[in-house]
Write a protein that binds this ligand. Structure first.
Ligand code: HEC
Ligand code: HEC
Length: 173
């Protein structure tokens, strides 16, 4: 009985993972940014990701973020002041990057706190059941997106105090 439950939990977790991976594979090509050059490191301004993260891993994560939100790199990264055809990746000029840091921390915390015990062989730092795309589904604001799906889901109040959106509107976005 107990074993059955464990197997069920494991297979549904695996199913979810496969679904997420499938979504990535499907959308990866559509949204990837062309023309940017990721430097080789050392990274200049990492506050959440490991300092010694490899170029491949960083690039994979960044593509992953962009795809999950349905945006390009420049949604979070400011344009370089020296060369407007390039992005200044270490710069913290864009609010979206700082929100992104909070989101990375939140996602890591959810995985570490709630998902590890469901795996028979827990591998700390490697569990990623909850992922950006699980909430975002290719939009920057999943809360708003769900509200637009119809009357069945009414949690988003456009008149509430949302300083972030007001600021973005003022900046002409
Ligand atoms: C959803 C927001 C978001 C998107 C989209 C995004 N990034 Fe990032 N990026 C971040 C955050 C947040 C950090 C800093 C992570 C930290 O502090 O540990 C970062 C850091 C980086 C760095 C390291 C800079 C340094 O030296 O400190 C590079 C390089 C980078 N991103 C490249 C890219 C590329 C290329 C793309 C497009 C494929 C991209 N990013 C898309 C949020 C984003
Ligand atoms: C538990 C659900 C959830 C997960 C997981 C999640 N997000 Fe979010 N995110 C939201 C919601 C809801 C909003 C909109 C409300 C807000 O901005 O406070 C949002 C907003 C954002 C924004 C602001 C976008 C804009 O242009 O206004 C960024 C950037 C972002 N998320 C990045 C990420 C990244 C990167 C990940 C994965 C590391 C992630 N999110 C995972 C729910 C989530």
């Amino acid at each position: 009985m107990k074993l059955k439950k464990k197997l069920l939990a494991l297979s549904s977790a695996l199913g979810l993972l496969l679904l997420i991976l499938g979504l990535f594979a499907f959308k990866a090509d559509l949204n990837s940014d062309k023309g940017y050059v990721v430097p080789n490191g050392p990274w200049e301004n990492l506050k959440v990701l490991p300092q010694d993260i490899s170029k491949d891993s960083l690039e994979f994560l960044m593509n992953n973020y962009a795809t999950s939100l349905g945006v390009k790199c420049k949604h979070c990264h400011a344009v370089s002041k020296k060369d407007p055809t390039k992005l200044d990746f270490p710069s913290d000029a864009k609010m979206e990057k700082e929100i992104g840091r909070g989101m990375i921390k939140m996602t890591n915390e959810i995985n570490a706190t709630y998902f590890q015990p469901h795996f028979p062989d827990p591998k700390p730092e490697q569990v990623s059941v909850v992922n950006c795309v699980l909430c975002h589904r290719g939009t920057t604001n999943p809360e708003k997106y769900l509200a637009q799906m119809g009357a069945m889901y009414k949690t988003y109040d456009p008149d509430r105090d949302n300083r972030k959106e007001k600021f973005q509107e003022e900046m002409g976005k």
